[in-house]
Design a protein. Structure first.
Lengths: 281, 264
């Protein structure tokens, strides 16, 4: 009896400790960024491009990286969506959601999902070399697109699978073709598509390895797809590597900006998911 | 033995609309429908009754080839609609499906407005003119008794309607493509008694123009609205014939037991 009681207590303490460590480290991370970055946050940071040399520069801001990141993440998400929606529809409506082939494809996308982003970066780089592209906004978008496609496909696939088959039966019995039915299903899952967009955008904007040698870096805001583009993760990395304390502080401020952007996206997608499931009841 | 009964009943039916010949359906390794032969009369209400899992919904779904969409399905035999084998490989499936309106267990309105739900079918089949669509939508909504209830809010989302109204909307949506046959798959099982009554009344009116085939597990409903009844048990047709005969004076022992409630 005593042993059972002790066991209960012991594991309860263990679970509590694990929970505290996890939530504690989350607060610690956000707290550190805030504590170190907030003093360097000002309007210039988010409205100006860097003044002077980047590694030692203390003037200007990181607008180049903010815009660059939004371009890359936005471009990759749009491009990824254009590829993923047809794939998800094809798996579920043409191959048949429960068939062996469909499940094999799903596994393939799960494997792709687990591939480290540096591999996508390297692969994107190879494609760029093949086509004679230099490090550029376009290169970055291509590499990040590869990174987000598995996320988009799997999210859309899950959402499409929540649509009751009777909805398809209804349009089919009206004489609709598969594609016409697919359009109705896409309409039905609109909130789910929005969720997928936000998830993919969130992943894309925070990834550093895939843009490292594909997008390059620049102090200017890119004006064409062929110019190199800065990104927030890289801006943080470069500034934190600087020996100058003030530049390091600006690195933390950049991290704060990125964290806030990701936070907004997370909250938005959470709201979307809630709306989606509420609508289904 | 049941074959003989069937043959005689088919003679009784005036005109045949759907004729099933030697139909077998396998799903995976299961033999769901076993050598089905049945004629379904024109402009009558025919109910398919039987215990859950006996294959009655599967049988219904072979009539508009909805079963094709499931994976691992093998269908052999013929289903003749107006004398045309719908399982002929050269047939255009969308045209066959358009001939039949389906009313499923629960209403599934399309994610669009009330108006667009009814106009959906005509639109995919090429009707674009607004005046034509307006007239059509009103006519079908009137036919299902929904017009007075929704005429002020045709552009509202169909999901806002009550479940009984949604089911009538789904019926109107099906009627809008000018079908010849209405297939009902336990169409009232999710509805309250009043809505059930309205739908049953609609079926009675609609049989003037359409052949109606219903799957139901409610014997009283089958008795109320059917002209003919087909009793399916374990994937086979046990008995088929005029409603009163099957319910009051069944020829087969199994039917007798089912009607009395001994097998469910």
């Amino acid at each position: 009896m005593k042993r059972r009681k002790f066991e209960e207590l012991f594991f309860r303490a263990l679970m509590l400790l694990a929970t505290i460590i996890i939530s504690g480290s989350l607060f610690l991370i956000v707290g550190t960024i805030f504590y170190k970055g907030a003093p360097y946050m000002n309007l210039d940071m988010i409205t100006k491009t860097p003044g002077g040399g980047f590694y030692i520069g203390k003037a200007g801001g990181i607008l180049n990286a903010i815009i660059g990141s939004l371009y890359i993440a936005g471009g990759a998400t749009v491009l990824g969506l254009l590829i993923s929606i047809p794939v998800a529809i094809f798996i579920n409506m043409y191959i048949g959601g429960k068939t062996f082939l469909a499940n094999t494809l799903r596994m393939a996308y799960d494997v792709l999902f687990g591939i480290p982003s540096i591999v996508y970066g390297a692969f994107g780089f190879l494609i760029m070399v093949y086509f004679g592209l230099r490090a550029s906004l376009l290169g970055g978008i291509i590499a990040v697109t590869l990174l987000v496609i598995p996320i988009l496909v799997r999210t859309l696939d899950e959402v499409i699978r929540t649509v009751p088959s009777e909805l398809g039966d209804a349009t089919f019995s009206l004489g609709a073709t598969r594609w016409e039915t697919a359009k109705v299903i896409l309409r039905q899952i609109r909130p789910g598509i929005f969720t997928a967009i936000l998830l993919s955008f969130g992943r894309a904007i925070g990834d550093v390895a895939s843009v490292l040698f594909t997008a390059g870096f620049s102090d200017n805001i890119p004006t064409s797809l062929h110019e190199p583009a800065a990104s927030l993760p890289l801006a943080i990395f470069f500034q934190l590597s600087s020996p100058v304390p003030e530049v390091q502080g600006r690195g933390y401020a950049s991290a704060l900006v990125l964290t806030i952007i990701v936070l907004i996206i997370t909250i938005l997608s959470e709201l979307c998911i809630r709306k989606f499931y509420k609508q289904k009841v | 033995m049941y074959q003989e009964v069937l043959q005689t009943e088919s003679v009784v039916a005036k005109k045949t609309h759907i004729s099933v010949k030697g139909l077998n359906v396998h799903i995976g390794s299961q033999h769901i429908l076993k050598d089905i032969n049945i004629d379904i009369p024109d402009k009558k209400v025919t109910s398919i009754i039987g215990p859950s899992g006996c294959g009655k919904t599967t049988l219904l779904k072979t009539f508009n080839r909805l079963l094709d969409n499931s994976s691992d399905v093998k269908i052999t035999g013929k289903v003749l609609v107006d004398g045309e084998n719908i399982y002929d490989p050269n047939i255009e499936v969308t045209r066959i499906r358009k001939k039949m309106g389906l009313l499923s267990q629960r209403p599934y309105p399309l994610p669009m407005s009330i108006y667009d739900n009814v106009a959906y079918g005509p639109r995919i089949h090429g009707t674009r003119k607004k005046a034509v669509l307006d007239e059509l939508v009103e006519r079908q909504l009137r036919a299902t008794g929904l017009w007075e209830e929704v005429k002020e809010r045709l552009n509202a989302s169909a999901n806002r309607l009550s479940i009984g109204q949604q089911q009538r909307l789904c019926l109107a949506r099906g009627l809008a493509v000018n079908p010849e046959i209405i297939l009902g798959d336990e169409s009232t099982s999710a509805l309250d008694p009043l809505s059930t009554h309205i739908i049953e009344d609609l079926f009675m009116q609609l049989k003037e123009k359409y052949s109606i085939v219903l799957v139901t597990h409610i014997l009283r409903q089958a008795a109320r609205i059917s002209d003919y009844i087909i009793f399916v048990y374990m994937g086979k047709i046990v008995e088929a014939g005029p409603a009163e005969q099957v319910l009051q004076d069944p020829q087969e022992e199994l039917t007798r037991q089912y009607v009395k409630g001994y097998i469910t």
